[in-house]
Design a protein around this ligand. Structure first.
Ligand code: FMN
Length: 200
């Protein structure tokens, strides 16, 4: 069976919800799926002052070597000034040994993200994740236009060809829209199916 890892970081739960939807899609694509988050590295004072959500549903990934066990790795993180958060970058900074051994070459990869504002840096954040995956030799699958939900401008809605996305609003009050969750499911399914084909 194809094995898919959904690896994420989330301060307020938007990416956590998107991770669940990506995983749902990957399961629908026939994969066995694990959802893991990366460790929180922000100081406790910041976590409290910024009211981070700490009751997360998923386990922290055991370490970089765990990545080698999967056929596909889908990485989700909210933006920080147009790029991935240090929590996620710190994790990828521990994967030098895997890179040296070529352990992720040929695996399928993808990214999903969240921003506060509509133009707050979704695409640059996705690329800040995808860059790492490409250096590892992974084959990137985005959110293709077979997913119709990201076309049209009648309503503010996330979704980019580079990966699924949601918009949280400045106070985090906006929750992932049904269409954004559908995009996350679509991308998860597409990645699971692609990984199965490449494995065959
Ligand atoms: C330090 C910091 C920088 C941020 N920079 C941006 C930004 O450049 N653009 C933006 O739209 N949102 C920005 N945000 C908002 C987050 O992206 C938003 O809280 C996040 O997408 C919500 O996802 P989560 O609930 O999974 O944490 C920033 C948040 C923090 C804490």
């Amino acid at each position: 069976m194809t094995k898919v890892l959904v690896l994420y970081y989330s301060s307020y739960g938007h990416i956590e919800q998107m991770a669940d939807a990506v995983a749902e899609g990957a399961r629908a694509g026939g994969a066995e799926v694990d959802i893991r988050r990366v460790a929180e590295t922000a100081p406790q004072a910041v976590i409290e002052a910024a009211h981070f959500k700490t009751d997360t549903a998923h386990e922290v990934i055991s370490g970089p070597d765990a990545l080698a066990d999967y056929d596909a790795i889908i990485v989700g993180a909210p933006t920080r000034f147009g790029r991935m958060p240090s929590q996620m970058a710190s994790f990828w900074d521990t994967t030098g040994g895997l890179w040296f051994g070529g352990k992720l070459i040929g695996k399928v990869g993808g990214a999903f993200t969240s921003t506060a504002s509509q133009h707050g840096g979704q695409e640059t954040t996705l690329f800040s994740i995808i860059t790492n995956l490409m250096h590892h030799g992974m084959t990137i699958v985005g959110l293709d236009y077979g997913f119709q939900g990201m076309t049209g401008v009648k309503e503010v809605v996330g979704g980019t060809p580079y990966g699924a996305s949601t918009i949280a609003d400045g106070d985090g009050s906006r929750q992932p829209h049904a269409e954004e969750l559908a995009g996350a499911r679509y991308q998860g399914k597409r990645i699971a199916e692609t990984a199965a084909k490449l494995k065959a």
